[in-house]
Ligand binder design. Structure first.
Ligand code: FES
Length: 103
């Protein structure tokens, strides 16, 4: 399947925290505003399904709110388990809206 850009959220609707959760084509995607860029990752923690958008962001690392697994939001890489990596997605801004390139 070819990746397509999909509408995610209006920039003005992103909370002050810089973290938002969107449902795009039935997938839950977490968005993080970091250093004036927007990073998008799979919003569901592969451990037991915690919502990463409800986690806490430490630099470029998101900590799952349920049991503390941590992921680099740029690469998706788990911070201590090399075999665990969440999916990341490209983002762009079009007319004041965030679009995500789903794979
Ligand atoms: S569900 Fe995310 S760490 Fe357990």
């Amino acid at each position: 399947m070819t990746a397509e850009w999909k509408y995610a959220i209006r920039l003005s609707d992103i909370p002050e925290s810089g973290i938002a959760e969107c449902v795009i084509d039935g997938r839950i995607v977490a968005l993080f505003t970091v250093e004036n860029t927007i990073q998008a990752v799979d919003g569901i923690c592969p451990h037991q399904g915690g919502s990463l958008a409800n986690g806490s962001l430490h630099g470029c690392v998101i900590r799952c709110p349920w049991h503390g697994w941590e992921y680099d939001i740029h690469t998706g890489q788990h911070q201590s388990i090399p075999s665990v990596c969440i999916e990341t997605f490209g983002t762009r801004i079009v007319n004041g809206c965030v679009e995500v390139k789903l794979s």
